[in-house]
Design a protein around this ligand. Sequence first.
Ligand SMILES: O=C(O)CCC(=O)C(=O)O
Length: 271
Amino acid sequence: MRTLGPTLLTQEQKDTYQRDGAIVIKGMFKDWIEPLREGFEQVLRAPGPHGRENVTSGAGGRFFEDYCNWQRIPEFKRWIEQSPGAAIAGEITGSDYIQVFHEHILVKEPGTSKPTPWHQDMPYYCVDGEKTASYWIPLDPVTRDNTLQVVLGSHKWPRLIRPSRWSTNESWYKDDSQFMEMPCIDGGEFDILTPELELGDALIFNFKTVHGAPGNQTRRRRRAFSTRFMGDDVRFAERGGETSPPFTGIGLQQGDAMREDWFPVVWRKDV
Ligand SMILES: O=C(O)CCC(=O)C(=O)O
């Protein structure tokens, strides 16, 4: 576990994250690209039980994702435990400690028309809280044509957005009454960040920040590695159905702290 040495971020970066629910960090993770690519290919060769294709047959391209493999992929485990990622998550969320929730890989092969629909991650998750940080680290350079986009300030919207299945657009849960519908994001009303990212850059966003991405009509693959970190106010949330990831058998009740044997503390603030 890493503790925080000298601060890694400026006050302005921390304030931006609190205000916008997202921030780009440039060049911090260059040395991690090759190991993460190696880990990524290991998952593609041998996906886990959650591996999922999001392009229906005949639609062209491939949009594959998988998650919760970090315990079996040494490169992912090393990134989570030894990179500055968790410390930065601690700093920008203002948390005393950080637990790892899970990691996630996503690949859009060239010629994939399927966009990633606008969504928040939180309503799919079995947690609630304000101090959250998801990394999106491209393992291929991305342009404005195939990058992840975020709606700035959407982490402060009053209710969570109704989650749905990306392949069919059906509702994720049977009972949707606690959620609100996604407003029309592309109508020009919202402030959208569309970052061009080089290798070593990361987009970090709150679990409640609305985000989405176009397909990948470039000639290059678009691989992205993500890690979801939880701060000290994050608690278990019962959503009334199987969440994503499911974490079957977690054995927690509404409001419980997240168990450290499943979600280890990977960073603590120096006292
Ligand atoms: O890479 C993508 O297209 C989507 C990523 C995403 O939704 C996420 O990391 O939460």
